[in-house]
Design a protein around this ligand. Structure first.
Ligand code: ADP
Ligand code: MG
Length: 367
């Protein structure tokens, strides 16, 4: 087992493509960490550098207390389960799994024992004598994971391991992979663009965009205290609403005003204080769809209220999703399933004051 430490890691491909920029990240010994971000943000490049399939352009990679930049993949004791299965079609499942152990001249009884063990963990004992062509997608995925795990690596890496599975298999494998980690407490890194996967399995989540690591933390930390507008908008489904506002200070009050005059929001004391401290004239206000309430009349008690018109309403069984136009902005609200709204209806939106997020309009950084 081992801690993995990335220090000022860069990856620049030919043609000056900067896939990873100044990445600093420590994955604790025994931890399950998810590397999460949109497609093309540098996740796979990072994993490939960890495993040794891609040269590190700059920076130091530690596994345990050793710098391993120059070590070959087979000297690192890191195993990667690929997003595509890459199983050898002529070999039985059992021989696919055993392949790398035999290549390292592990004695036959030991090979059999270890193959049997991972097969039991991954529930594939009954298909050990089949060939890859005779397997379904979920089974192939398990074999691919078994082949990586059988090496008993210090660090176990997975790149979008569930991408080829249907929804039911994905849900099942999420539980399985989490259980697997709880059993062996192997340092594990999961790469995914799917926040649900990250949240369901990982202990901490590292959020990347455009080659840059933005934030690392538990889901609660990232969801409740995003460091910037990107993280705030990327984590949470449906995504956070953003409103561009001018800041107007009037005696001890602070008001946020839309440029098009469509709303004015009186800031609750805590937010007002943040805005005063920042001393800026333009901000983005962020509010999640579940932290807005829509009513058919104005609530005079509410300090933070917007007036708008219903654009669309979808009843989705367990909840409703309401899109409301407020001037040139459109906001999404998650409502109770039994509520009904008609297109064009006037509605009032109350913002839950303790759930208002504020970002510097220029830098996107959280105030
Ligand atoms: P992700 O896994 O997050 O989708 P990647 O690490 O695969 O992202 O890619 C990051 C960026 O690097 C992308 O812009 C991608 O096009 C580019 N890239 C990836 N591999 C190569 C390569 N071998 N040569 C040139 N550019 C690459
Ligand atoms: Mg990728």
């Amino acid at each position: 087992m081992a801690e993995v430490k990335l220090q000022h890691i860069y990856k620049t491909y030919k043609g000056n493509v900067e896939a990873v920029k100044d990445l600093n990240l420590t994955i604790h010994d025994g931890e399950f960490l998810a590397l999460l971000g949109p497609s093309g943000c540098g996740k796979s490049s990072t994993l490939r550098m960890l495993v040794g399939l891609e040269k590190i352009t700059k920076g130091d990679l530690y596994i345990g207390d050793k710098v391993v930049n120059k070590l070959e993949p087979n000297q690192r004791n890191v195993a990667l389960a690929f997003e595509t299965y890459a199983l050898y079609p002529p070999l039985k499942v059992r021989d696919n799994i055993a392949f790398c152990l035999r290549a390292k001249s592990v004695p036959a009884p030991e090979v059999d024992r270890r193959v049997r063990e991972v097969a039991e963990i991954l529930d594939i004992v009954d298909i050990l004598d089949r060939k890859p062509g005779e397997l379904g997608g979920g089974q192939k995925q398990r074999v691919s994971l078994a082949r990586a795990l059988v090496r008993e690596p210090d660090v176990f890496l997975m790149d979008e391991p569930l991408s080829h599975l249907d929804a039911a298999q994905r849900a099942h494998m999420r539980v399985e992979l989490k259980r697997l980690h709880a059993t062996n407490r192997r340092t594990t890194v999961l790469v995914t663009h799917d926040q649900l996967e990250a949240v369901a399995m990982a202990e901490r989540i590292a959020v990347m965009n455009l080659g840059v690591l933005h934030q690392v933390g538990t889901f609660d930390e990232i969801y409740n205290h995003p460091v910037n507008e990107f993280v705030a908008g990327f984590i949470g489904e449906p995504p956070m609403n953003f409103l561009s506002c001018e800041v107007v200070s009037d005696a001890d009050k602070v008001i946020l005003r839309a440029k098009d005059g469509s709303f004015k929001i009186m800031m609750p004391p805590a937010s007002a204080q943040k805005l005063k401290t920042a001393g800026i004239s333009a901000v983005k206000l962020g509010i999640r769809p579940i932290h807005l309430t829509a009513t058919h009349s104005s609530s005079s008690a509410s300090v933070a209220e917007l007036e708008g018109a219903v654009h669309t309403y979808e009843a989705l069984g367990e909840e409703g999703q309401l899109a409301v136009n407020v001037g040139q902005n459109q906001l999404l609200i998650v409502t109770d399933p039994h509520e009904r709204f008609e297109r064009g209806n006037k509605v009032w939106l109350q913002l839950r004051p303790d759930h208002i997020h504020l970002f510097n309009a220029e830098t996107g950084i959280t105030l």
